[in-house]
Ligand binder design. Structure first.
Ligand SMILES: C[S@@+](CC[C@H](N)C(=O)[O-])C[C@H]1O[C@@H](n2cnc3c(N)ncnc32)[C@H](O)[C@@H]1O
Length: 313
């Protein structure tokens, strides 16, 4: 029997506004599309999405490639590890996609116009880009959203990999945040994860235990080679960064759209946080990674791609 007459945890959960909202939106259906995002976006209904996060190719002029390897102990191994142990490297395969555009802004513009149309009046766009393109993209987004709708430039800072000796090593990405209505948008400040004070001794034990709100500079490590999160997809973004965005700028049950989905990090964040999602990618390798990442998840409709063991439309 499910009834809880004691007024205990179950009853409290049912009474909470968040619980009510969740139960009234029980039909959580998520969609993953394989294809060019523009015609797919054009078919989606206006103002139907609460949050858009996109991480388009950065226009590096290269083919993005990541080779996944596995090492096993072997006397004849090609790598030397801890205590002089030798390891044999096994290539598991590589995943790649093009990151070359003759007319980058011309490619982005119609897609960003669609993102604006799809956003609900209280909706937010997070646009993830690198330091070489961000200025051009800011001007384009100002034209589409209006300068007054620009809220933040988040600097995601990491400290990993080689260091140039000829210039300051570039170790950050830029994330531009725009809203449709600067007077009314979702921002759940109380839900945001807190970070430690630099000098906890100066603020007293209570504040120190609670931590402080992050600023617009986020220190977060990249997805590490040995991390459990690692999918092998090039340019995979860390779940921690996505979860902070989804937590702050959407509510449980809301619909989140990522139309440059790659390995599907946005979808994983949504599943963990009780949001619905639409993901789109035109690279079959991205779909293969997502099929692995979402294996066994029943609430997903796959469109244009048949993942192993599930019916696609
Ligand atoms: C930087 S990656 C996204 C990585 C993703 N944020 C993650 O965490 O894995 C950009 C993705 O955009 C996809 N893409 C590029 N052009 C596209 C298009 N016209 N339609 C749909 N997807 C596209 C690429 O295949 C690539 O997977």
């Amino acid at each position: 029997m499910l009834a809880d007459s004691s007024g205990g945890a179950l009853a409290k959960k049912r009474r909470s506004p968040e619980g009510l909202q969740l139960s009234s939106r029980r039909q959580i259906v998520n969609k993953i599309y394989f294809g060019d995002n523009l015609p797919i976006l054009q078919e989606l209904p206006s103002e139907s999405v609460d949050l858009v996060y996109i991480d388009p190719p950065f226009n590096t002029g290269k083919r993005q490639k990541r080779t996944q390897i596995k090492t096993t102990r072997s006397q004849q191994g090609d790598r030397v590890g801890f205590s002089g142990q030798r390891y044999k490297t096994l290539k598991l395969g590589s995943r790649e996609y093009d990151d070359i555009f003759d007319d980058y802004l011309g490619f982005l513009e119609p897609r960003l116009v669609e993102a604006y149309r799809l956003l609900a009046p209280h909706g937010t766009l997070y646009f993830h880009i690198d330091y070489r393109e961000v200025h051009y993209c800011k001007v384009l987004l100002d034209q589409i959203f209006g300068r007054e709708c620009f809220i933040n430039e988040i600097i995601w800072a990491y400290d990993f990999g080689g260091r140039s000796r000829k210039k300051w090593p570039a170790k950050h990405d830029n994330i531009l945040m725009y809203v449709k209505d600067p007077g009314n948008y979702t921002f759940n400040v109380e839900e945001i994860d807190r970070i430690p004070y630099m000098a906890p001794g100066l603020v007293g034990p209570e504040k120190a235990a609670r931590g402080k709100l992050p600023t617009d500079t986020w220190w977060h490590t990249i997805v590490g080679t040995n991390s459990k999160e690692k999918t092998g997809y090039p340019t995979q973004k860390p779940l921690g960064v996505l979860k902070r965005i989804i937590t702050a700028s959407s509510r449980p049950g809301d619909l989140v759209l990522d139309f440059f989905a790659g390995s599907g990090t946005t979808g994983v964040g949504c599943l963990e946080l009780g949001r619905r999602f639409i993901l789109i990618d035109n690279n079959e390798e991205a779909l293969a990674v997502m099929a692995q990442r979402f294996a066994g998840c029943p609430d997903i409709e796959w469109i244009g791609y048949p993942p192993p063991g599930s019916a696609a439309t």
